[in-house]
Design a protein around this ligand. Structure first.
Ligand code: ZN
Length: 133
């Protein structure tokens, strides 16, 4: 696993949070992207060598809607960059982690992604992401 690629934050209202985080970072988001398959609309901020991803639910069944219902707004996941996501999934499975999607799927920001179940990672939802070539 390489560096932290981004930290995902669940928000209720992406537009309001874009304004808030732009004031916090002193610069605006560089992209907004909807991931229909996940029921989310995201925005990305470049903060030094890391990024912050804001996630808003686009429907009530979205994992983000359920997260906010249970826990409120806040940090939703930490994403780590990997160079070979399939090899990393196999390695982590062998280590006993529960991988939520064993087949990498298309995520936001031109990435292939997979998630580890928080029950096997001390309550932290971990995302693996590999840049799509
Ligand atoms: Zn993410």
């Amino acid at each position: 696993m390489e560096k932290i690629e981004h930290i995902g934050i669940a928000v209720k209202n992406l537009e309001e949070s874009n304004t808030l985080f732009a004031a916090l970072f002193g610069k605006a988001h560089y992209k907004i992207e909807e991931v229909k398959s996940e029921g989310v609309k995201t925005s990305f901020f470049d903060v030094g060598s890391n990024k912050i991803e804001l996630l808003e639910a686009t429907n009530p069944e979205s994992p983000i809607a359920k997260f906010i219902e249970k826990k409120g707004e806040g940090i939703h996941h930490i994403a780590f960059a990997v160079s070979n996501i399939k090899a990393e999934i196999a390695r982590l499975k062998a280590e006993g982690f529960t991988v939520l999607n064993e087949e990498p799927k298309f995520g936001a920001d031109n990435k292939l992604v997979a998630f580890l179940h928080p029950k096997t990672t001390n309550g932290v939802l971990i995302e693996l992401c590999q840049e799509r070539s």
